[in-house]
Design a protein around this ligand. Structure first.
Ligand SMILES: [Zn+2]
Length: 289
């Protein structure tokens, strides 16, 4: 099954939906870290949820979905760009990574950030973790931050992650309750197995063959890490010349691993001097004379 997002709308009710399937995209995330099974299950659902949420937004940039925890799992991060390029990672410690989401992260926060293509943060929403699982937490977030009634169904295994989103559009709030309830009821008959195994058109037929549904062209989703040597260079500049020199004196080289894709960036003494020389070309020129 291809990695894709499938948008659909109800023709006669203010309800829209998205279905996501992540196949190679999810496996690329799993290849980069050996996640404990309980953490993997949560991260896969979060991947599907982030893709669904990004698909409902009109923006050019990156949606960053973070769960900041106080348990054995300190951080879960999933990013999805408006081009539907995704990456994800998690930080955890110890062997006690088991159980449901709350056992993993303890008390914590969901943080949703939008960063524009120019790198500027354009929006940030923070809520306490309320609701059951990733779907419940996101539904709570959408209700409190966006005032949008949204329901999510998420599933993942070791090779794929998938999700279904339904969202009630704000207009005609009084008259559409029955349509919304029927759409939710039908969606809730979908099993996790069906969500993973059926293609989006099959899911829509299985749930809504009696409804008038408009289906849009599917959009591809893929894993892509945005890390570059230029970005690592910018990070070293922020660290400062003295700190960089002190690391070089201690270790001989500066080695930076991208936590999303494991790519290794190495800077030796000459590279490091260039990082700072490029920042102060006049100063560097002056010292040569
Ligand atoms: Zn990377």
């Amino acid at each position: 099954m291809k990695d894709s997002l499938q948008r659909f709308v109800f023709e006669h009710a203010p309800i829209r939906g998205e279905i996501v399937h992540l196949d190679a995209t999810w496996r690329a995330v799993l290849e980069h870290h050996d996640y404990p099974p309980a953490l993997r299950a949560v991260l896969g659902e979060m991947m599907a949820a982030a893709a669904l949420l990004a698909a409902t937004l009109k923006f050019d940039g990156t949606l960053i979905m973070q769960i900041q925890g106080s348990g054995p799992v300190r951080l879960l991060v999933v990013e999805c760009t408006s081009e539907h390029h995704m990456r994800a990672t998690a930080k955890w410690s110890g062997a006690q990574v088991s159980g449901a989401l709350r056992d993993l992260v303890g008390a914590g926060k969901l943080v949703i950030t939008l960063v524009s293509d120019s790198g500027r943060q354009s929006y940030q929403g923070v809520v306490e973790l309320e609701g059951a699982g990733i779907a419940g937490i996101l539904e709570h977030y959408m209700q409190t931050s966006e005032q949008l009634a949204t329901r999510l169904w998420l599933a993942c295994d070791t090779s794929q992650a998938a999700g279904l989103l339904l969202q009630k559009l704000p207009q005609r709030a009084e008259t559409d309750t029955d349509d919304w309830q029927r759409a939710l009821h039908l969606a809730s008959t979908l099993t996790g197995h069906e969500l993973l195994e059926l293609a989006a058109p099959q899911i829509l037929h299985r749930l809504y063959h009696e409804e008038d549904i408009r289906v849009f062209t599917p959009r591809p989703v893929s894993f892509r890490c945005s890390c570059t040597r230029e970005r690592v260079t910018a990070m070293l500049r922020m660290l400062g010349h003295d700190e960089v020199k002190s690391i070089l004196n201690e270790r001989g080289t500066i080695d930076v691993n991208c936590e999303f894709c494991n790519r290794k960036y190495q800077f030796d003494r000459v590279d490091a001097e260039q990082v700072f020389a490029a920042e102060h070309p006049l100063h560097a020129g002056a010292t040569r004379h």
